[in-house]
Design a protein around this ligand. Sequence first.
Ligand SMILES: Cc1cc2nc3c(=O)[nH]c(=O)nc-3n(C[C@H](O)[C@H](O)[C@H](O)COP(=O)(O)OP(=O)(O)OC[C@H]3O[C@@H](n4cnc5c(N)ncnc54)[C@H](O)[C@@H]3O)c2cc1C
Length: 261
Amino acid sequence: MEKMIDSIVCKDCTGCKMCKDVCPVGAISFETDAEGFWYPKVDYSKCIGCKKCLKTCPSLSDHINPIAKDPVVYASWAKDDEIRLKSTSGGIFYVLAEKMIEQGGFIAACKYSDDFKSAYHMVGKTLEDLEDFKGSKYFQSDTEGIYKAVNDLLKQGNKVLFCGTPCQVAGLNRYISSSENNLITVDFICRGINSPMVFKKYVEDCERHYGSAVKKVHLKNKNKGWTRLGTYMEFQNGKKYYRDRVTDPWVNGYVRGNLFM
Ligand SMILES: Cc1cc2nc3c(=O)[nH]c(=O)nc-3n(C[C@H](O)[C@H](O)[C@H](O)COP(=O)(O)OP(=O)(O)OC[C@H]3O[C@@H](n4cnc5c(N)ncnc54)[C@H](O)[C@@H]3O)c2cc1C
């Protein structure tokens, strides 16, 4: 059989995982390469050759967003100091998401796993959910299933705000079949995404060093100033970790060397 989405060259695949959601027969899964990034794998015993994966992949499309030309631009930040302190930049994600919740809509955004060694996208509906969504996780979020979940909500007539990397938003826009009027997408200027495997190893290394499981991770922590790009961690044994962009190996490798992207 002709090759499907697994024919994509690694440098083009962003790991947005939309191809799995779009496959009508569940023939696509993901494997990680040696650097820890996801790439699609096709089970040709299930594949029906419909090419949906190839046709919808944002990286294989030359489609240009029509609103990308001359957009109307506003600058803003959250007025509430507490929201800004806990958000990574100006907290505008929180403000938009809060408004959506007030209007009875859903939020699809990124949160850490319970052990803080990975991150994934999920759907939330309450202000409590937003606490987990706040803050940038500077490594690849697992988005498997989120495109379908958002589309299902839209089909039922719900409003949804989706926040993710530009490639994830591009994936969603090419997936959705339902009322676009009820969907608000929020992406951000993105330096590039780091390997989830490296982040996991980094947290595990800190756990070994501190002799305890981690119970909180906060990247770009602002307690000692915004521009220090501080990394803050708390461990189960009560110990705490704080290092800045120069002394923290994870942030240093990311912002100075692009080592894990
Ligand atoms: C990998 C990455 C690279 C970035 N690079 C730049 C940059 O080069 N320059 C710049 O100005 N800004 C960059 N940002 C954006 C910046 O960190 C802020 O997220 C953004 O300015 C919005 O800030 P905020 O305070 O409104 O919201 P925040 O509180 O930061 O927003 C949180 C929301 O962002 C989304 N998000 C967080 N982590 C991820 C993730 N790993 N994958 C997908 N979505 C995620 C979630 O849906 C989450 O709910 C980057 C963000 C990420 C995640």
